[in-house]
Design a protein around this ligand. Structure first.
Ligand code: FES
Length: 201
């Protein structure tokens, strides 16, 4: 994009996109990494994100959606601040993944693709996350937890609540409340954290 003031991305990400597109003989080859970076910063692939990515590459929004909907790691609505992905693929399944997954559902009170009322956690059952040797494994944002049993689940969740400043009684801190707009959109603080967590940042 020639006019940076028109972008919905941070100046840093906009510059990264400008450079990324030039690395490939075909601009559209940059599409998947761009979607991942955009999701890390914005939290999900909103209509506005899809529109700008399409414009930057020079393809239609439909072409962007045709690719994006193929990949389960790309999402079209906000996830929780901590997105818990529980692998139930074969290695993990054989070592008790479903018991771990059920415990997460019980503790969080949500099911697959659910999000807690405070926006702190979302939960997904996913395919192999590449940690089969340490099954059963989960991924929370970009952090792995492995060799799990259901008994590990409360402690893992408590750790993330503590990180977010949520008291152990589960009540929300002022800071965390302030970061969750009533319309469900993501706060700047969350966006910044997401960017900091990005694997390629
Ligand atoms: S099967 Fe679960 S990490 Fe590979």
């Amino acid at each position: 994009m020639s006019d940076e003031t028109m972008t919905l991305f941070s100046p840093r990400l906009a510059a990264r996109f400008d450079a990324l597109i030039l690395k490939y003989p075909l601009r559209r080859s940059a599409l998947v990494p761009m979607l991942l970076y955009a999701q890390d910063e914005v939290g999900y692939l909103s209509d506005a994100v899809i529109s700008e990515v399409a414009e930057r590459i020079g393809i239609t929004e439909l072409e962007v959606r045709n690719v994006a909907t193929y990949y389960s790691m790309l999402r079209f609505k906000p996830a929780g601040k901590y997105n818990v992905q529980v692998c139930t693929n074969i290695s993990c399944m054989l070592r008790g993944a479903y018991e771990v997954y059920e415990r997460f559902q019980e503790e969080l009170g949500i099911a697959h693709k659910g999000i807690t009322a405070d926006g702190l956690f979302s939960l997904e059952e996913v395919e192999c996350i590449g940690a089969c040797c340490w099954a059963p494994a989960i991924q929370v944002n970009y952090e792995f937890h492995d060799e799990l049993t259901p008994e590990h689940v409360p402690g893992i969740l408590a750790g993330y609540r503590s990180k977010a400043g949520v008291p152990s009684d589960g009540s929300l801190s002022l800071g965390w409340k302030a970061g969750v707009p009533s319309d469900g959109s993501l706060s700047l603080g969350w966006k910044a954290q997401a960017e900091g967590n990005a694997p390629h940042a």
